[in-house]
Design a protein around this ligand. Structure first.
Ligand code: X2X
Length: 334
């Protein structure tokens, strides 16, 4: 039996001990990794959120931000997240699809017409469906997805005006079955390369083209190694804020409440930042020497349809997932 005095002494000593811990180091120091440069709104907003979270948890939770693949490429960090070596990670659902196949569904070509449709879907039924699939692999996806954006094609060789311009194009795509499948359907030669190697792959002409949102193109300085930008908006993609489940559940409820509130708020603020920056981004990139062209999207979509792309992916995802996608986007896709 424990003597009453020992229990008392123990409980009296606790606040002093807690104060000492707080003054010195956080109780939990968690790593947050991502693939965007420090200047991208994702990192600006998450750096601010990390400071807020530290303050509001009395220093108990410290989130260290590691931008721009500092801890490894996306596919590396996904393994680190699963093992618990990294606690937090923002990742495209399309890349996560190597682990959670339906997580790529928002990237189906030309599914989304505009941002209001994206946020309604991703904050609504479609997003909830995807997060439930992610939960099955012991990762937690926070409620609000961060924006990456509508993707546009850049090349060092020629503008893309019609689907035939994509034939045999050596285009870098992220490491993801959906991306490879989509550009194969266009007759291109897609090369899977992590974002960490994208700039150098374009610089050394391992690839002649890539596709990314204008804001990401700018912050990653792809205008230095790409000449043409064709406004295809062929898909929308975002970054799920993911946590290792064990690490997340190790945190007490009040710490989790602060962290999820501030991180979801950061996502919503980042969306507004990216949209705002997007308004002038074409001009900014033109000043840097890029040449832009608009495209008629209909022939691109027709090409995907006639190549059997939609039918193939509807089969892979299954009827339930596909009907959620069609309902959420208001598009008849197949
Ligand atoms: O790898 C890419 O192209 C990027 C940065 O857009 C993603 O994270 C999907």
């Amino acid at each position: 039996m424990i003597a009453r005095r020992t229990v008392l002494a123990g409980s009296l000593a606790a606040p002093a001990l807690l104060r000492a811990t707080r003054a010195n180091a956080a109780q939990w120091t968690y790593k947050f990794a991502n693939n965007q440069p420090p200047t991208h709104p994702l990192n600006l907003r998450m750096t601010a959120a990390a400071e807020q979270i530290k303050r509001e948890t009395d220093g108990r939770l410290e989130i260290q931000v590691f931008p721009f693949n500092q801890l490894g490429s996306d596919t590396d960090v996904l393994s680190q997240l699963r093992s618990g070596a990294v606690e937090f990670f923002t990742l495209s659902g399309l890349i996560l699809a190597t682990l959670v196949p339906t997580a790529s569904i928002n990237g189906i070509g030309f599914a989304f017409a505009d941002y209001p449709t994206v946020w309604k879907a991703m904050d609504g039924e479609l997003g909830a469906f995807i997060r439930a699939q992610i939960a099955k692999v012991n990762l937690l996806a926070f409620d609000r997805i961060f924006d990456n954006g509508f993707r546009q094609i850049t090349t060092s060789t020629k503008p893309i005006k019609s689907p035939s311009d994509l034939v045999d194009l050596k285009i870098r795509v992220p490491v993801s079955p959906l991306w490879t499948s989509m550009f194969k359907a266009f007759g291109s030669s897609p090369i899977s390369i992590n974002a960490s190697e994208m700039y150098s792959a374009l610089q050394t002409r391992i690839a002649d083209a890539q596709e990314n949102p204008l804001v990401a193109i700018y912050f990653t300085k792809l205008q230095e190694v790409q000449k043409y930008c064709s406004l295809t908006s062929h898909m929308w993609d975002g970054f799920w804020f993911l946590s290792n489940r064990r690490a997340w559940e190790a945190l007490p409820d009040d710490v989790r409440a602060v962290a999820s509130k501030r991180i979801n708020e950061a996502a919503v603020a980042e969306r507004a930042d990216v949209e705002q920056l997007g308004v002038t981004m074409q001009q900014t990139l033109e000043k840097a020497g890029m040449v832009f062209n608009e495209v008629d999207k209909a022939p691109f979509r027709d090409k995907l349809r006639s190549a059997g792309f939609y039918a193939e992916w509807k089969g892979k995802y299954g009827d339930e997932a596909w009907s959620i996608l069609e309902r959420a986007t208001g598009s008849k896709l197949s």
